[in-house]
Every structure is written in structure tokens, then in C-alpha cells.
Design a protein around this ligand. Sequence first.
Ligand code: AKG
Ligand code: FE2
Length: 324
Amino acid sequence: MALDMSRLSKTGDEKNEFCLELLDLLKKRGFAKVRNHGIADEDIYALFDWTRRYFNLPLDVKMKMKHPPQANPNRGYSYVGQENLANISGYEKGLGPGNTRDIKESVDFGAADDDLVHNVWIPEEDLPGFRTFMESFYEKAFKTELQIISALAIALGIDESHLRSVHSRAENEFRILHYPSIPASELRDGTATRIAEHTDFGTITLLFQDSVGGLQIEDQTELGTFRDVEASNPTDIVLNIGDSLQRLTNDTFKAACHRVTYPPSVDKDGDEIIPERYSIAYFGKPNRNASLLPLKQFVTEATPCRYEDVTAWEWNNRRIAKLF
Ligand SMILES: O=C(O)CCC(=O)C(=O)O
Ligand SMILES: [Fe+2]
């Protein structure tokens, strides 16, 4: 069930209860779903529509906005096989990398007015309206992100305006993903998956998924157990915590590992074809120059400071360095 985010604009108890329920789900389940989050249903349907239209273009057109072979600048189109999350899968558990291939293609964008990393686009005539739509959706997702940041600050009992100011520059990343349709047998021997287990690097991720399913998130009360995130309503937003918030809260709040594999309805041992899947992730991140040193409220004698002082940008680059 998705939490009703319109309760955040109420006053008093209703607002506080929403914030606490959100925090509780994120802490226990590793994710939470929200509805009435401020982004209109038709914008979300249009987002899936543009995403499909882009990935349906011929490869040579998609490659006109190709991602560089290395991690940075993290912008543009990555073809199937270019980026593999297994390279960082064991990272947060102190284990080594895996060697599973991801069977997905994706495009990374940032803010239209980002002064450090610039977006790349296909020529307008190849998909008229695509760029304008994506740029405007980014702004809408940013507004929702800031509201969620407020809710988290309220629930955690930390200064709301401070936490918002650390996220004021929208130095976020926005990614559209396509998992092509493949025979179930391709995933059987474990050398390939849709997206390997990982944590996200930012503060909070807003994820939109179509109705195919296959997303699984590690239950935080039962580590090692991955639970399906039901794909019932594409207009719900799935939220999960990233590494940056884990650091800022000195592990009070852990980033949940997640992955995408077979949809729950597919027989893993049969010869079924797994249907294609589309998803869109908006990674809310702290401003690049913000420090990720744990906030003083979370450092006590019983919970000494677990993390060194790195900037959000250093952290981001350390994490993405191995992906490509
Ligand atoms: O496709 C999904 O549902 C998840 C994508 C994801 O976890 C990511 O891109 O970081
Ligand atoms: Fe992720």
C-alpha cells in the first residue's frame, strides 16, 4: 500500500504521522511507496511514453547521445553491456565485486542548468519534444524530492531547513531504463541479470516502474532476504534511501540493497520469454560541495562517528568509478 503524501501538507498530527510512517517503512522494509506526491498521473504516463519512444529508436540514433566509455561525465546513453552494477555489488557489505552482466540500456541526465556536468541529447529532429519533456519532468521530480527531504528531517528530528539547503542545487541524476525482453533461460546460470544488487549513492531515490515487476529490495529487518516490490500502480513512487543519507545519519538510516530480476510471475525454470520492462529513477543527491560527515545529532558516545568527512561529489565519483 502506498502512503498518501498529501498528508504532508496538513498540519499537526496528520503531517507528523505521515513522516513517521515513511521513516518506519524505509527503516524496516528498505523502501516505501507514496501516492498523491504532487506529480500528476498524466505526467508519469507521458514519462513512460517518452522513455519507450526513445529506446525504440534505432541504435545508431540513440548512440548520437552516447555515454562516454568511462564513468564521468555520467551523461548519455549506455548500450546493453556498457554498465554493470555487479562491479560494486559487494561494496557496501565489505565483499568483493561480482561478475554478473546487467541486461539493460539506460540514459543518464542531470539538471538542464548544471554548471559542471552538461547533458547530451540527440538532435531535436530525431525525437521532437523529448528534451523539453525530460527537462521539465526533472524540475517536477525535484519539487517532490524536497518535500520528501522535509518529511525525513521531521521524522528524524533534525533541522528541516538545513537538510533542504544541503539539497538546494538539484545536483541530482535522472535515469531512464529499458530492460529488453529475454528468454528466462538467459538469467538461469547467474552470469546475467537485469540489474545486479547495489545501493544508490545519493540521499533518496524516486523510482517509477511499469507493471512488469522484478524489482526486489533487501528487507532491513531480515538482511539477506530480498522482497518483491509489487508493480501494481505505475503512478506510485517507490522511495529508497541512498548511501549519502546513511553517512549523514551515521547508520541510523541504512541504504537498502536492491536489484531487478525475473518478474514474480515468470517460471524461472521454464522457456518463457521475460517481457521487456521500463523504469525511471530520479536520484536525489546532496549538493556536490556538501559534507557527508555524520550530523552531530547522530554521533554519541554509544554511536561514535563511523564515517570520514568526504564531499557528496567525492563520494559520488568514488562509487561510480567502477561501474563502466
Ligand atoms: O529498474 C529499477 O527498478 C531499478 C533501477 C535501479 O535500481 C537503478 O538504476 O539504480
Ligand atoms: Fe538503484
